[in-house]
Design a protein around this ligand. Structure first.
Ligand SMILES: [Zn+2]
Length: 434
């Protein structure tokens, strides 16, 4: 504004006494010009500061306001007249992924405590800025925190001396645009082999899925619990490895129900995935699974580990996995232990994200509805499995249907179904013998 006024005054003067001014007061005109320029420059500078929020003057006064506000807030918080008597903080799951928003459940007492503010610290100094907490109590671990097991500690600032801590295992972030596979283990647990595989999984911060056999889970619930505590997904493989398509009525119900109950007893939560033994399913099996909130999950890559019985062969097969694959192997066999130790770090090294079945489907925006059957994440498969093709596959598994082009996966199930009858049963015997 002022910059605009000045030139107009100036032009007025110029037009009126142009000649006289020019000869008589050249210096004063020069000074006037300099002043005008200075005012203009100052005006633009001030505008710029306002627009961009920079400049020492403006931000200085802003800072003063903020400081005063902060001081006031601190004074308010410093009212410790009614101190905390209880501070409890829990997370829904102590296994968290980088980038995931985790709702903290912060419980304090009494309700009229005057100062509930907390200071948060992490036990690893190098990760001091690798987590954020929102005002609404959402915790997010940031890049760089993955593959660490940390303890976050919250301390009351009201002088009560109360504190609470959270132990978290931080897994790598899931990037849906990058390749990922779901490794799945059937027939376990077998403490001698499953635990060694879990050691490798734990060390590498990998996630897999275990389809446990009910009768083995009853023998070794602590191993199932360990799987769960390490953030692995636990599904059911039925109770006693019956081919579900050969069961009817109460026998089918019982086989599924007892499988579900054994998982629930071990980990305190019901499974959402059923891996039917031999991959055998039909409409009846799917309907029964649906009653228990189970989605049928077969596989897209069979390592045929029970047939080769060789760590290197299993390793080579797993390394053939491509993005979206669900890989089948068994955690009850000693010959698979070395394979697992090798392929877990190697797949990750190759850029594959090792995720649970549910994480794989969620990352690809696909659902795992109760009563549906799945083989791998794939938009085309999603269409097929809800159409008649799936029924044909199911029938083929029963041995009464014809395998069409869509039976690629069904075919695998047939082959595994008949072959695995031997392999799987011997596996079951191994597990049961212990
Ligand atoms: Zn099996």
């Amino acid at each position: 504004m002022s910059g605009k006024d000045k030139p107009r005054k100036n032009s007025h003067r110029e037009s009126g006494r142009k000649k006289a001014q020019k000869s008589g007061s050249g210096i004063s005109q020069y000074i006037m010009g300099a002043v005008i320029v200075a005012v203009l420059v100052l005006g633009i500078f001030t505008m710029g500061k306002k627009m961009f929020g920079g400049g020492s003057q403006t931000s200085g006064s802003d800072a003063l306001v903020t400081e005063a506000d902060a001081k006031q807030t601190t004074e308010q918080k410093a009212d410790n007249s009614v101190p905390l008597t209880k501070l409890e903080i829990t997370v829904p799951d102590s296994n968290v992924r980088v980038g995931e928003q985790i709702p903290l459940d912060i419980k304090t007492e009494p309700a009229n405590a005057t100062n509930t503010s907390l200071t948060w610290t992490i036990n690893d100094d190098s990760l001091a800025d690798r987590f954020t907490l929102s005002d609404s109590g959402m915790l997010t671990m940031l890049d760089g925190a993955e593959k660490h097991t940390v303890t976050l500690k919250a301390e009351a600032t009201d002088g009560s001396g109360l504190s609470a801590s959270l132990d978290l295992r931080v897994y790598p972030k899931i990037d849906p645009s990058k390749p990922m596979v779901a490794i799945t283990f059937d027939d376990g647990p077998n403490p001698e082999t499953t635990n060694v595989m879990l050691d490798a999984i734990e060390e590498n911060y990998a996630k897999c899925t275990f389809f446990v056999l009910g009768q083995n889970a009853e023998y070794y619930p602590e191993v199932v619990k360990r799987e769960y505590d390490l953030g692995q997904q636990v599904g059911t493989h039925g109770y006693s490895h019956q081919q579900l398509t050969k069961l009817q009525g109460a026998a089918l119900t019982q086989e599924i129900e007892k499988g579900v109950k054994s998982v629930e007893a071990a980990i305190g939560t019901a499974p959402v995935l059923l891996r039917p033994p031999y991959g055998a399913y039909n409409d009846t099996v799917r309907a029964e699974a649906k009653k228990y909130g189970l989605c049928c999950m077969n596989w897209s890559l069979d390592t045929e580990d029970w047939k080769t019985k060789n760590a290197d062969a299993t390793y080579q097969m797993v390394m053939k996995a491509v993005d979206g694959d669900v890989v089948l192997l068994h955690d009850i066999h000693q010959y698979n232990v070395d394979a697992v130790k090798r392929f877990i770090p190697d797949l990750m090294e190759q850029g594959y994200q090792l995720v649970t079945v549910s994480e794989l489907y969620a990352a690809r925006g696909e659902t795992l509805d109760p009563g549906t059957i799945h083989f791998r994440t794939d938009p085309t498969e999603a269409k097929e499995e809800t159409g008649p093709a799936a029924d044909a596959e199911g029938a083929a598994v029963d041995g009464s249907g014809t395998a069409g082009s869509d039976a690629a996966a069904g075919d695998k199930a047939i082959r595994t179904g008949s072959d695995a009858a031997v392999g799987d049963r011997s596996g079951e015997a191994d597990g049961g013998a212990q």
